[in-house]
Design a protein around this ligand. Structure first.
Ligand SMILES: [Fe+2]
Length: 352
């Protein structure tokens, strides 16, 4: 059932037009002026408003403007006793959907109202469809967000697990990877790397020694000097880590950073002897973080050497073994920002 409002200051017209509409089963209200019409429309949200133009105080055109300010869907038919082109054009410009000239003929009136109702019906259907689409889109977004969160959490768990697997085999370096990852992130932030690179760098740091899984535990934990063969085996861990990670669906930069974490700027590192022209920015950071953290930590074959020894090492070899910009950022972090080694497991934003 459609809701229709007739607005006219002549009571006889209001009554007649409502009578025309009632046999079709429409709900029809009548208002004697624009103010009453606005009050009724606010309450009842009519599908069609049929309004006279010339009325006391507020004109039909002003009523039209008021309705259009808040509602583009209601169909508005203007009735005029002055059938001039100007009046019709003005009414349409102000947002009228159609107009009728007085005296109103029943058949023309009913036809015009029916046309307006058809248009309003189409608008209603379109709006319902749009609302349904918005609901669907919102549901979809919420589902994706929830699933992404779950996936992030699962993948984060996998990274923590991988990190702990190495530590089980090499308990002397417990927490080393986390400390290196956290330090590398702080250096990267100081060097203004973008957020994604920093997220990847934390992952690389947390699992950078993953390749040690394939090294016999007795070599990893041996307190004395290593034989040349044992040293060669230890040196396999960056490439073993790379091979393992290259098979999983992680961004290449993570596997590559791990591959490069024992290289040196002058090409004296291992396993490939890359130099500063081919080392990635992330690797240059991880290299320094790894050296500094290792020197500050106790090892079975030596005591911890402390912060100043680590700073001395990277400063002395800045430009030769270590990237100068990274060394500066690292020194600034410890000496000016009073950074302290951080062993906490920070959340990992996993690339999805
Ligand atoms: Fe390593």
């Amino acid at each position: 059932m459609a809701r229709i409002l007739i607005v006219d200051d002549e009571r006889s017209i209001r009554v007649t037009l409502c009578e025309f509409l009632r046999p079709d089963g429409h709900h029809c209200d009548a208002a004697a002026d624009a103010d009453e019409a606005l009050t009724l429309h606010e309450r009842n949200a009519y599908d069609v408003i049929v309004s006279d133009i010339i009325m006391p105080r507020t004109t039909g055109i002003q009523l039209l403007e008021q309705v259009r300010k808040q509602d583009a869907a209601t169909q508005i038919i203007i009735m005029t006793g002055e059938p001039t082109v100007d009046t019709a054009v003005l009414a349409v410009q102000k947002g009228a959907n159609d107009y009728l000239t007085k005296p109103i003929r029943k058949d023309a009136f009913l036809k015009t109202v029916q046309n307006a109702l058809k248009v309003k019906q189409l608008i209603n259907e379109k709006q319902a469809l749009e609302a349904e689409n918005r609901r669907y889109q919102k549901d979809l977004e919420e589902t994706i967000e929830r699933r992404t969160g779950e996936l992030q959490k699962n993948m984060q768990g996998v990274i923590y697990l991988l990190s702990s697997v190495v530590e089980v085999r090499d308990p002397y370096t417990a927490g080393h990877q986390r400390r290196v990852g956290n330090l590398a992130v702080k250096i990267a932030e100081k060097m203004n790397l973008d957020k994604q690179s920093i997220d990847y760098l934390r992952i690389s740091g947390y699992i950078h020694d993953i390749g040690k899984i394939v090294i016999p535990a007795e070599i990893l934990t041996k307190p004395g000097d290593l034989s040349q063969l044992e040293m060669e085996m230890i040196k396999l861990h960056p490439s073993k880590g790379y091979e393992m990670l290259a098979k999983v669906n992680l961004p290449d930069v993570i596997a590559e950073t791990i591959y490069q974490h024992h290289e040196r700027c002058d090409g004296s590192g291992y396993p490939r002897g890359l130099d500063k022209s081919t080392l990635s920015r992330e690797s240059k950071i991880l290299i320094v973080a790894d050296v500094v953290e290792a020197m500050m930590s106790h090892r079975p074959y030596r005591p911890a050497r402390g912060l100043m020894a680590a700073i001395g090492e990277i400063r002395e070899n800045a430009g030769r073994l270590y990237d100068i910009e990274v060394v500066e950022a690292c020194c600034d972090l410890f000496l000016n920002d009073n950074y302290e080694i951080d062993e906490r497991e920070h959340p990992i934003l996993f690339p999805l």
